[in-house]
Design a protein around this ligand. Structure first.
Ligand SMILES: [Zn+2]
Length: 207
């Protein structure tokens, strides 16, 4: 028995290194986000496919599970407190729900870098490529495989990820969604192990 028994592969999508990809997933489908090379973070935003005013919300997700560190069985919730996804398998076990995704302002203000690629722009570009102009809000990103540590005094530290090639998280879609995923282009911190690589998505349909 695997988590994919009873499912058939419907589609694959690739977010190339430092780029994004957007795709649709239907309720009842199961999808995997795969870190092909390892130590890579993927930033994700999700919308109700029929209403862009309903979207994945990290803060609502915390209260839906009463956890800031999500585990298998936990749900990803919307700003209307509806469950959008459920984690069914996870070979990594650490993800960030606290910080916004990287954006052009972060690279300019922290590192003086103009025109650096960012998860926010990657996800907006990826949505545009499937003819969707819904706004990406960085504070509504889920930072998959991002290794942050909250220390006893409340300080948060970005750590170098330790997960290897082929690491994955598998989710059940609980509503029809439009999702954007960015292979994070952060190369100024240990966030992506100092080497930005691609992320692969596999969508599985029942049957
Ligand atoms: Zn990023």
């Amino acid at each position: 028995m695997t988590d994919l028994d009873g499912f058939t592969l419907r589609a694959e999508y690739l977010a190339p290194p430092m780029r994004g990809v957007a795709f649709r997933v239907n309720a009842g489908e199961r999808f995997q986000i795969i870190d092909v090379k390892g130590q890579q973070v993927g930033d994700l935003v999700a919308f109700n496919a029929s209403d862009p005013e309903e979207y994945f919300s990290p803060s609502h997700t915390v209260t839906q599970n009463w956890r800031v560190a999500l585990r298998v069985g936990d749900v990803l919730a919307s700003n209307r407190r509806n469950n959008m996804m459920r984690i069914v398998a996870d070979t990594v076990g650490y993800h960030d729900l606290i910080v916004p995704c990287c954006d052009p302002e972060a690279y300019l203000k922290r590192y003086g870098l103009k025109d650096h690629r960012s998860c926010k722009a990657n996800m907006q570009e990826a949505l545009a490529a499937i003819q969707i102009d819904w706004p990406v809000r960085g504070e509504n990103a889920w930072n998959i495989f991002m290794k942050n540590e909250i220390q006893p005094d409340g300080k948060m530290v970005y750590l170098e990820p330790t997960h290897g090639p082929g690491s994955s998280i598998t989710l059940d879609a609980l509503m029809d969604m439009v999702i954007a995923l960015s292979a994070c282009p952060q190369d100024q911190t240990p966030t992506n192990g100092w080497n930005c690589t691609e992320m692969l998505v596999k969508v599985w349909k029942p049957g």
